[in-house]
Design a protein around this ligand. Structure first.
Ligand code: PLP
Length: 439
């Protein structure tokens, strides 16, 4: 039987804040997706969060399936993270000197992942930008290869769209990026080995690096086909280019070791450089890039490639990240895995019952739903998702107390704090929301 009708809370206070925000901030937000442009309506301004739940300025509560776009692996306001951060804050918030938590966090990352050395920065964008500079500095080459639909932050050279042919150089993906910034970028279709081979055949001795999301999560979740990352590692090695896996989203999230834990660690290959962010900052601005010791040693002050940051390795951010990673044991990943299975099954049942074409795709504990027939293996496939149906679904879920990503092209995130009560709220909302998507 359908659930009883819901009376959603009128987001009056969010609406008022959004109007004030729009007067002083472009679009009223500090990162575009937050504005609800893709789904319409009023973005909810969140006042507080606890565990799996968000509370907005109108007092409405939502199960959070965004988790700050990935970082909140343990859920919001985890008491041990808060205690560690509060103790760190009391000792002062930034010194611009080396500190112990940086060393400990670097050791933890080196222990969990294939990187031998790591350098901290403050955002994933900085991590990928710096990794590319280092790859160019190390190889003495200038061309960068990336995949359409993979997002690596707003780095000029990576805000690029494919040129007219597969192996041709890219064009700017946004006004403000000069052609000269993308003229050294090649953009290829994801999961397409022939395209990669063609690009290396055309530009092989000029390619400094190939960067890929370890598993694509920014066009919805599109995992690499079996062996694809290993193929990329191999073709890069054969051409003397560096292989960079971007684990900003998947790192310490898809598995304890990131996505590498379910492919490279099993298949026996290692990336030359890896970028991290999100979970490793525990909800604070911290990110990193790391990799082979001989490559990392080319960074200043050990080597000639310049890279720096006033707040890099900030003691509060590194304390939050370190505490989060230390608490993120196998039980945490098992829990999130099981919770993801439960939600994925609920999604499939609800859309099947409502007669809405859909496919749910995963990368470790991350997943997303495409409202189209699957499989979705690249950006062209992902673009077939029905964004209108998603908007209706999104608002029906929001009205029923579930805050999904306000865009059809985003991964859904769960946390260790998504308990039975939170999952029940999601499962209860899904059937009605799927019917809303069918209309
Ligand atoms: N790389 C990936 C894979 C990401 O998902 C993101 C952000 O979503 C970034 C890089 C950029 O990170 P940031 O937003 O911290 O600059």
């Amino acid at each position: 039987a359908p659930n009883p009708p819901v009376t959603p809370v009128d987001p009056a206070a969010s609406r008022a804040l959004f109007e004030r925000a729009q007067a002083v901030t472009p679009g009223g937000v500090n990162s575009p997706v937050r504005a609800f442009s893709a789904v319409g309506g009023t973005p909810r301004f969140i006042r507080s969060a606890q565990g799996a739940w968000l509370t907005d300025v109108d007092g409405a509560r939502y199960v959070d399936l965004i988790c700050s776009w990935g970082p909140m692996l343990l859920g919001h306001a985890h008491p041990e993270v808060l205690a560690a951060v509060s103790a760190a804050v009391a000792r002062g918030t930034s010194y611009g000197t080396p500190t112990e938590p940086e060393v400990e966090l670097a050791e933890e990352i080196v222990a969990r992942t294939p990187v031998e050395k790591v350098r901290f920065v403050s955002s994933g964008t900085e991590a990928t930008m710096s990794a590319i500079r280092l790859a160019r500095g190390f190889t003495g080459r200038d061309v960068v290869v990336k995949f359409a639909g993979c997002y690596h932050g707003h780095v000029d050279a990576l805000l690029a769209s494919a040129g007219s042919g597969l192996a041709t150089l890219a064009v700017p993906g946004t006004p403000g990026v000069p052609e000269s910034s993308t003229a050294l970028t090649v953009v290829l279709p994801y999961n397409d080995r022939a395209a990669v081979e063609a690009a290396f055949a055309a530009h092989g001795d000029r390619i400094a690096c190939l960067i890929t999301e370890a598993a694509a999560g920014n066009m919805g979740v599109v995992p690499p086909e079996p062996g694809f990352n290993a193929f990329l590692a191999d073709i890069c090695r054969r051409h003397g280019a560096l292989f960079i896996t971007d684990e900003v989203m998947t790192g310490f999230r898809a598995t304890r070791q990131g996505y590498w834990g379910i492919d490279g660690a099993v298949e026996g290959w290692t990336p030359d450089l890896v970028t991290f962010g999100k979970v490793m900052g525990g909800g604070f601005p911290a990110a990193a890039f790391g990799g082979r010791a001989d490559v990392m040693s080319r960074l200043a002050p050990e080597g000639p490639v310049y890279q720096a940051g006033t707040l890099s390795g900030n003691p509060i951010a590194t304390t939050a990240g370190l505490t989060t990673l230390r608490l993120a044991d196998d039980a945490v990943y098992d829990h999130i895995s099981r919770a993801a299975e439960t939600v994925k099954q609920g999604i499939a049942e609800a859309f099947t019952a409502a007669g809405v074409p859909h496919v749910v795709q995963s990368a470790g504990t991350m997943f997303s739903v495409f409202l189209c027939e699957g499989p979705v293996r690249d950006f062209a496939d992902a673009s077939r998702t029905d964004v209108g149906a998603y908007a209706a679904f999104f608002h029906a879920m929001l009205d029923r107390g579930v805050y999904l990503p306000p865009s059809a092209y985003e991964a859904w995130f769960l946390s260790a704090a998504h308990d039975e009560q939170a999952l029940d709220a999601v499962l209860t909302a899904l059937p009605d929301a799927a019917r809303a998507a069918a209309q």
